[in-house]
Design a protein around this ligand. Structure first.
Ligand SMILES: *Cc1c(COP(=O)(O)O)cnc(C)c1O
Length: 214
């Protein structure tokens, strides 16, 4: 399935994050051997043991909700954190990045779905974070884009609407806070069931799990 998915992503140059949560190491190695290097996990403990056990040139992305007290376990190696949903969390990521003498790339997660079970910021909260004195002085985090999850729905109209809303949030933030900054470029949206719609709506990064490991 990897080849088929990559074929869908090639025309738009969209990045594939292979979501390997719950998958055992050999299943990950199988994709690694086919050239896949970016993997996403949603639990800190699982991410940590997989990092220890698997090849060191894998780029690990944390895509799930992250508790502040767990940032320290992944700060030494994580490539990107997709799920920043509070100023408190962003502060902790910066603090741990300082300790590890590195810069950690992050995405701001937005609440775009109808379900209120999903985590994420509102545009107003994001604006408050980006206007904060903390953010203006933070040197060890780099905000490189936005992330969102659409409603788990069979209705493509609903899903498309939510992806469009994330894209417009991205563009507004780009204009207001990141004008001329090429690093702010990622729109992480799209999963197994909806990644094709996400790509049509401007996704730069899809997070595909179940379809990939089928
Ligand atoms: C599990 C997960 C995915 C992948 O979902 P699939 O439907 O298996 O492709 C993507 N993003 C997040 C945040 C996830 O937790």
């Amino acid at each position: 399935m990897l080849k088929e998915i990559l074929n869908d992503l090639t025309p738009t140059n969209t990045t594939l994050v292979a979501v390997s949560k719950t998958r055992p190491a050999p299943a990950i190695v199988k994709l690694y051997d086919q050239g896949q290097r970016i993997f996403g996990e949603n639990r800190v403990q699982e991410l940590t043991w997989k990092y220890e056990e698997l090849p060191k040139d894998i780029e690990w992305h944390l895509i799930g909700h992250l508790q502040t007290n767990k940032v320290k376990f992944i700060a030494p190696f994580v490539s990107m954190i997709h799920s920043v949903d509070s100023l408190k969390l962003l502060k902790e990521i910066d603090k741990q990045a300082v300790k590890n003498d590195r810069v950690i790339e992050v995405l701001l997660q937005f609440h775009i779905a109808e379900e209120d079970t999903k985590f994420g910021l509102s545009p107003k909260e994001a604006t408050e974070i980006l206007n904060s004195d903390f953010y203006k002085n933070a040197k060890n985090i780099k905000v490189v884009g936005v992330m969102g999850m659409a409603t788990f729905s069979p209705d493509p109209v609903q899903v498309r609407k939510e992806f469009k809303s994330l894209k417009s949030i991205f563009e507004k933030l780009k204009m207001d806070f990141f004008e001329g900054q090429d690093d702010f470029k990622e729109i992480s949206m799209g999963m197994s069931g909806d990644y094709k719609i996400a790509v049509e709506e401007g996704s730069t990064m899809v997070r595909v799990g179940s379809l990939l490991f089928r």
